[in-house]
Design a protein around this ligand. Structure first.
Ligand code: ATP
Ligand code: MN
Length: 282
C-alpha cells in the first residue's frame, strides 16, 4: 500500500470513522475498489457479490437483474471484514436496498480542469449551493478525496430514477447556461477547459459515488470529508484530508458534525421543479 500505509492503519481508520461513515453505508448498495497488491498493483472495481462473499455483508438478490447479488455494509463487523479483503474505496448508490427505485439523494460531482485554481472550485460550489437553495433545496458539501468536491442533496424518497436524472441534468445545464465561463455540463476535457464540469450522471440507476469518510486508492490516500459551508472558503483541495491527517479532523467532527442536519432534512424534487428549471423560470 502507498507510503507505508499498512492494512492495519486502514482498518483502524475505518473503525474510528465508523460512527459517521456507517449511516451513509447502511442498506445502500456499495461498489468496492480493491487493491490486493497495494496501490502500485492491479486495482479493481467490484459491483457484485462473488461466489465467496465477504463475511457479514448483506447480499441482495434481484436488485441488478441478470447479475449476481449487490451487497450492503450494514455493521462495523462487515466494514472491518471488507477492509480486510484489501478494499480501499467504498462507493454507494443514491438509494437504499429497501427502496431501490426511489433515490434518497442527488449528487453533483464537480470536476475542475486541472489547470484551474482551487478558488474557482470554491466559487463553483457556492454557486451550486445558492442555485439549489433558490429551489428550496438544502445541500451538503464534501471533498472527494481526489480532485474535486461532491454536493449532496438529501431527498425524501418519492421520485424515480428518471425524474432524479432529469432534475440533476436541468440543474447542471442551468449552471452551465447561467455561468458559462465557470461551468460546463458536457463531458470531455475539450469542453472543460478553464471550467468545472458538473457531472449529473452520478444520478442514474446503478451509478455510485465515493462515500463520505471513505478513503481513496490514490497516491496520498485522500479521504472524502464532509465540511460545513462556512468551512468551504478555507479548504485547499479535494485531497486536503488524507489518512495522514484525518485524526484531527475526526476529533473536530466529534465535537461539531458538519453534516449534523443531513438526516433531518425533509425535501423532495418534482417534475414541476424540473420543468421550471428547463423553461428558465425558476
Ligand atoms: P475526483 O474528485 O478526483 O473527480 P471522484 O470521486 O469524483 O474523484 P472518480 O473516482 O473519478 O471521481 O470516479 C468516477 C465515477 O466512476 C464514480 O461514480 C465511481 O463510482 C465510478 N468508478 C470509479 N472507478 C470505476 C471503475 N473502475 N469502473 C467503473 N466505475 C468506476
Ligand atoms: Mn469528481
Amino acid at each position: 500500500m502507498d507510503s507505508g500505509t499498512r492494512k492495519l492503519d486502514l482498518v483502524r481508520y475505518y473503525a474510528r470513522a465508523a460512527p459517521w461513515l456507517l449511516p451513509h453505508l447502511r442498506d445502500r448498495p456499495v461498489s468496492l475498489v480493491r487493491a490486493p497488491q497495494g496501490l502500485n498493483g492491479e486495482v479493481f472495481f467490484q459491483r457484485h457479490s462473488t461466489r465467496s462473499p465477504i463475511p457479514e455483508v448483506t447480499q441482495h438478490e434481484g436488485l441488478d437483474p441478470g447479475h449476481p447479488p449487490l451487497f450492503t455494509i450494514d455493521s462495523l463487523e462487515a466494514l472491518v471484514h471488507v477492509v480486510q479483503m484489501d478494499v480501499i474505496e467504498l462507493h454507494t448508490w443514491n438509494a437504499v436496498a429497501a427502496d431501490i427505485e426511489a433515490p434518497d439523494r442527488i449528487v453533483f460531482d464537480l470536476d475542475p480542469d486541472p489547470a484551474l485554481g482551487w478558488d474557482r472550485m470554491i466559487e463553483a460550489a457556492q454557486l451550486t449551493r445558492t442555485m439549489l437553495g433558490d429551489l428550496g433545496l438544502e445541500a451538503f458539501c464534501k471533498t472527494s478525496g481526489g480532485k474535486g468536491l461532491h454536493i449532496v442533496v438529501p431527498l425524501v424518497p418519492g421520485a424515480g430514477w428518471d425524474e432524479a436524472k432529469a432534475f440533476a441534468r436541468a440543474v447542471a445545464q442551468r449552471l452551465a447556461s447561467g455561468w458559462p465561463t465557470q461551468f460546463t455540463a458536457t463531458m470531455g476535457p475539450e469542453h472543460r477547459k478553464k471550467k468545472i464540469f458538473v457531472d449529473y450522471l452520478r444520478n442514474v440507476r446503478g451509478a455510485s459515488t465515493a462515500v463520505a469518510y471513505g478513503v481513496r486508492a490514490r497516491p496520498g490516500m485522500g479521504i472524502s470529508v464532509p465540511i460545513a459551508w462556512d468551512e468551504l472558503a478555507d479548504t485547499t483541495g479535494g485531497a486536503q484530508w488524507t489518512l495522514a491527517n484525518i485524526d484531527a479532523r475526526l476529533a473536530h467532527v466529534k465535537r461539531s458534525d458538519p453534516w449534523a442536519r443531513y438526516a433531518r432534512v425533509r425535501q423532495s424534487i418534482s417534475s414541476e421543479l424540473t420543468l421550471r428549471l428547463e423553461e428558465g423560470g425558476a
